[in-house]
Design a protein around this ligand. Sequence first.
Ligand SMILES: Nc1ncnc2c1ncn2[C@@H]1O[C@H](COP(=O)(O)OP(=O)(O)OP(=O)(O)O)[C@@H](O)[C@H]1O
Ligand SMILES: O=C(O)C(=O)C[C@H](O)[C@H](O)CO
Length: 316
Amino acid sequence: MSKILTVGEPMALFVAEKEGPLEDVEHYSRFVAGAEVNFSIGMSRLEHQVTYISQVGLDPFGKYIKKFLDQNKIDTSLVTFESNYGTGMQWKQKVASGDPEVHSARKHSAASHMDVEKLANIKWDEFDHLHLTGIPPALSGSCRNMIYELIKEAKAKGIQISFDTNLRPGLWDSEETMAHVINDLAFQADIVLPGIDEGKLLTGKQNEREIAEFYHAAGVKTVVIKLGAKGAFTSSDGEQFYTEGYPVKKVVDTVGAGDGFAVGVVSGILEGLPIKEAVRRGTIIGALAVMSPGDNDGLPDREKLEVIAKGSVANS
Ligand SMILES: Nc1ncnc2c1ncn2[C@@H]1O[C@H](COP(=O)(O)OP(=O)(O)OP(=O)(O)O)[C@@H](O)[C@H]1O
Ligand SMILES: O=C(O)C(=O)C[C@H](O)[C@H](O)CO
């Protein structure tokens, strides 16, 4: 079991019960969203210990999120309640195919008011790994400073860092700033996990090999590029290979696939699996994530993962 630190914005998520435009939907089911929440749940289900740093509003949704994280055995000792600002919220469409529309209310949220003081109580000696995404540096200037400081402290302690680019253009002033900051942060990581379209936008390169070279040239050891249903391309330690996507009969909801994929790759690396097996695990968990309506409800426990990895379960 490894000990992992992460930080992010959790949101109350309402998933439409019927297809159609969000303005016509009357009934929703409640879930918890947040890329790092999804990652934490996946890692926790595989019996790794995750400490999740965040701030939520002192409101019913903040309380719900804290309870949900506790129920999923995630360490919430660094999750604080803020009475002046609210918990972020999302509403997600139900769709028969393609990506759903997601509407967010997260401007000036409690999480966006995090700053470097959130890092004061981290017990660095406890952690083996830091997982970050491109979302917190987009939330506010104080969050961005906090992420730079977090990386600096982790690197000073020699802690391995994974970085999922997870672009949210709507949260940035401009695409140029987004690409500059995200690359600056990614360059300091050991493992970088962009989607293919994100990689093209961030690097100006045209294909997965060139994107990987761009990050290697800045010192990144392992680059794994997500190719949607097709799978992934990996470049690590001079080795380059493709991993096929795990077949899915019916896609229920595409959101969260990248986080599930990160769970597979990072848990596999932390458990000492060869990189090919770690990425294969990523493709399995990414596929499981698209088979359920919430952003993290499809993530497997170890028993389910092992059964699927051995190929003895139908993918329906
Ligand atoms: N329809 C699918 N069928 C099978 N596997 C899938 C499918 N969609 C995604 N995956 C798996 O999940 C991984 C991550 O998905 P994707 O490439 O969509 O990442 P992403 O763009 O970061 O996702 P998101 O931001 O929506 O969470 C893929 O590399 C693939 O292995
Ligand atoms: O949209 C965001 O910023 C989120 O963190 C919500 C989702 O859970 C996330 O996009 C899934 O990767």
